[in-house]
Ligand binder design. Structure first.
Ligand SMILES: C[S@@+](CC[C@H](N)C(=O)[O-])C[C@H]1O[C@@H](n2cnc3c(N)ncnc32)[C@H](O)[C@@H]1O
Length: 191
């Protein structure tokens, strides 16, 4: 069961192999092109919140994370003490209420049971303002029974997203970190 207890135990015992220890270069490249720093940004399942750290440091003060693990959030706020604690939301993404211009995906989708993919798409759509964007990285390796991380392909992702979103980008990321090079897709969807 990939519930709060599962993730709590992973953070409490330091089994966080997914944590790259810094903001993702592919996401930074996207953030650097954003002209308006006042937009409302959500990062769900953000773990230690390195991307939030980058955003706040670069003036995107309306950025928040939500994570189901209180220990992850404690570790994140310890790492980024300048960010107000109110920007670290504890809770289940699927129950979250809000309205965002931009939502950022980074190893959250792949951490969920594949059964939840249709709900993920619906919830992202609900949380975005009209014209809002969902951007980020998705793994590009075959979906098997084992996970997390659970994989997928561009075709599978396209089938999930294209009912509710305009797909602006869904292609191999050129700026993945070394261990993930060739195994990630960068995507940008518009509501
Ligand atoms: C594989 S980790 C990735 C963390 C972070 N994105 C990173 O790249 O370091 C998945 C994260 O999603 C969180 N999570 C899992 N299910 C969640 C849910 N339903 N709502 C909010 N967060 C959730 C976990 O606590 C964990 O921090």
């Amino acid at each position: 069961m990939l519930d709060a207890n599962y993730w709590e135990e992973r953070y409490q015992t330091g089994q966080t192999g997914w944590d790259i220890g810094k903001a993702s270069p592919a996401l930074i490249a996207y953030f650097e092109k954003l002209a308006n720093k006042d937009i409302h940004i959500l990062i769900p399942g953000a773990g230690k919140a390195h991307d939030l750290g980058w955003l706040h440091q670069h003036g995107f003060k309306n950025s928040v994370v939500i994570d189901i693990s209180p220990t992850a959030l404690k570790q994140a706020s310890d790492l980024y003490p300048d960010i107000p604690i109110s920007h670290f939301l504890e809770g289940d993404f699927f129950s979250h209420k809000g309205s965002y211009d931009l939502i950022v995906e980074q190893t959250f989708f792949c951490a969920l049971s594949p059964k939840l993919r249709p709900q993920y798409v619906q919830k992202m759509h609900e949380l975005l303002k009209p014209g809002g964007r969902l951007i980020g990285l998705l793994f590009d390796f075959p979906l098997g029974a084992d996970g997390p991380p659970f994989g997928g392909s561009a075709t599978e992702y396209q089938d999930h997203f294209d009912q509710l979103f305009k797909i602006k980008h869904l292609e191999r990321a050129y700026n993945s970190i070394k261990p993930r090079m060739g195994r990630e897709l960068f995507f940008e969807l518009i509501k």
